[in-house]
Design a protein around this ligand. Structure first.
Ligand SMILES: C[S@@+](CC[C@H](N)C(=O)[O-])C[C@H]1O[C@@H](n2cnc3c(N)ncnc32)[C@H](O)[C@@H]1O
Length: 237
């Protein structure tokens, strides 16, 4: 399968193209149908989406409605209260999860690009759920290493692909037993089937690392660019 990420120029002229043609693993019609049958996001999240599609060079990094709703349901169904997100970008997924959290829930989201961190913080400041979000600027792995063992309920991994395996190891350490990891881009445009570059090999290695880990229950979901849903088993040290 040949990966076909959409060009930014396409996205800026045609919003329907921009949202749904991120890659061609899932048929465009299926992506559109799924989005059309998924509850719309809040007005502010729609604004974050539009801003990201029209004002940033990498709109395909945005999770969007279907994955956003999936994250919200994962938060609600797992009764998560303490969330760590690796990779903030313009803040869409952090804000989506914050909206689904109870009033005393909290998200630590990590972003190393100060430009994106500023954009995201401005959106958080406008949200009635923004007080639940703490944005830390810096290298995700360094920040993760400062977090305590077994205190986190859910980790969303969505940053640089080369570090996914390292993020996974740290995530398993900071997760409580029964906690969840959701790792985005697990299909990596289909390049994990026959990896030929460093990022694709890193993602394929990450998927194998998870598959072989007896400490976890796993479900590989073909939503959008693939989400690896991982639950740390109860009873794991
Ligand atoms: C795919 S985007 C995140 C998208 C976001 N979760 C969403 O759904 O809207 C990945 C983000 O991770 C950030 N990033 C990449 N490598 C990083 C690192 N080593 N430490 C912290 N942030 C990093 C990038 O700057 C980028 O904004």
């Amino acid at each position: 399968m040949s990966p076909k990420p959409t060009q930014a120029s396409d996205r800026q002229t045609d919003k329907s193209v921009s949202i749904y043609c991120f890659m061609d693993i899932v048929a465009k019609e299926a992506e559109e149908y799924a989005a059309d049958h998924t509850t719309p996001m809040s007005a502010l999240l729609e604004e974050v989406e539009l801003f990201t599609l029209t004002r940033t060079p990498y709109p395909s990094m945005l999770t969007g409605r279907v994955e956003g709703r999936f994250l919200q349901l994962a938060v609600q169904l797992s009764s998560a209260q303490h969330i760590v997100e690796i990779g903030t970008f313009t803040g869409y997924s952090a804000l989506a999860m914050a909206e689904a959290l109870p009033q005393d829930g909290e998200i630590l989201t990590i972003e190393h690009n100060p430009h994106y961190a500023k954009i995201a913080q401005d959106f958080f400041d406008r949200s009635s759920s923004g007080f639940k979000i703490t944005l830390r600027s810096g290298e995700a792995l360094e920040i993760l290493k400062t977090l305590p063992d077994a205190k986190t309920d859910l980790v969303f991994i969505d940053a640089d692909k080369q570090n996914y395996s390292a993020y996974y190891r740290e995530s398993m350490r900071i997760l409580r037993n029964g906690g969840l990891i959701l790792a985005d881009n697990a299909l990596w445009y289909g390049r994990v089937f026959d990896p030929k570059d460093d990022e694709s090999r890193a993602m394929a290695d990450f998927n194998e690392l998870v598959k072989a880990d007896d400490r976890a229950e796993k479900l590989f979901l073909t939503i959008r660019d693939g989400i690896y849903l991982i639950r740390k088993r109860v009873g794991v040290e």
